[in-house]
Design a protein around this ligand. Structure first.
Ligand code: SAM
Length: 303
């Protein structure tokens, strides 16, 4: 069945190289924690006949898309509609060969979901990966206190004008609720200094990222998921994590560092410094330019 794929998977070669055990020909299993449209999973299933993949995504719409794309693999592919941290903490220990995280959201979310992830489209503010989520972007923008809004924008967007933007949102919503992405973009544009309005990135980029992270509790899920993922690996198994901004990368780095520096380390770092995409890749797929890949391997425990 043909499926209209819009997301270009990042660092495909580096992900392939990060897991040499698939080459042994023995039966292997992996969890793709961020299945998206299934780009990485399709590449791995095509390459290795001995591999089965459990693919997780909290977004049921993109998960259905991936299922259509991957149906030719029959029972070698199993989809699960769940948050990755919830799934991993209930998974059997010591059983998985490879766990992949390709964090954040997909091109599908910006271009096709209609849920207000992008200020380039005029859409209702929602940004939830799952429709049952308690809080939407509309709720954050229209009901958070000015202080909570400013903290969200600063902490999750690292936006230097967070207080001015939060103040402008609160002033604007006194007249009527802020309903759409374009309304929010305009408020942000007018809140920041003129010199900041036409920089390398839009002045709305960081605020939109921050609200999305807050709505889906994205950062809160990463540390617990990585801790649980280490438990799920069999000895010699590996985790690969692709992050897209410093907030995500910091959590991956410190979580792994905590495991490596405990009295009996349960993992070793395969690469001390994160691997970055090649110049060729960033030219062909500009969104990959901020990607960083970290790979760790589960160790045999003493005794
Ligand atoms: C960058 S995309 C993955 C793209 C995928 N590797 C590909 O090649 O098509 C990240 C996906 O993870 C999902 N996602 C993000 N955080 C999640 C979480 N905590 N639990 C489950 N799914 C999540 C998003 O819905 C999105 O579809």
């Amino acid at each position: 069945m043909s499926v209209n794929i819009v997301h270009y998977p990042v660092m495909k070669d580096e992900v392939l190289e990060s897991f040499p055990v698939f080459d042994t020909g023995a039966e292997c299993s992996m969890i793709d924690c961020t299945l998206g449209e299934g780009g990485h999973t399709e590449m791995l299933l095509d390459r290795y006949d001995n591999l089965t993949v459990t693919g997780l995504d909290r977004d049921s719409e993109i998960l259905s898309k991936a299922c259509r794309r991957l149906e030719r693999f029959d029972s070698r592919f199993m989809p699960v509609n769940t948050w990755f941290d919830d799934y991993l903490k209930n998974h059997e220990l010591g059983t998985v060969d490879f766990i992949l995280f390709d964090l954040g959201i997909s091109t599908f979310h910006y271009q096709e979901s209609g849920r207000g992830f992008s200020f380039l489209r005029d859409e209702v503010l929602d940004m939830r990966l799952c429709a049952e989520g308690a809080v939407s972007a509309y709720d954050v923008v229209n009901s958070y206190s000015e202080r909570d809004l400013a903290d969200t924008i600063f902490n999750f967007g690292e936006e230097r004008y967070s207080r001015r933007i939060a103040h402008a949102i609160v002033e604007a919503r006194k007249a009527r609720p802020v309903r759409t992405t374009k309304e929010l973009e305009n408020i942000i544009f007018n809140a920041v200094p003129v010199s900041y309005r036409h920089g390398r990135i839009s002045p709305a980029t960081r605020t939109f990222q921050a609200i999305r992270i807050e709505v889906n509790k994205e950062l809160d899920r990463i540390g617990p998921a990585l801790d649980a993922a280490i438990g799920c690996l069999r000895p010699g198994g590996r985790i690969a994590v692709i992050t897209f901004h410093s907030l995500e990368d910091r959590i991956a780095k410190w979580t792994f560092r905590k495991h490596v520096s405990q009295a009996h380390p349960d993992i070793r770092l395969i690469n001390k410094k994160p691997i970055e995409p090649t110049a060729d890749e960033t030219r062909i797929n500009p969104p990959s330019r901020s990607a960083k890949l970290r790979v760790v391997e589960k160790m045999e425990l003493d005794g």
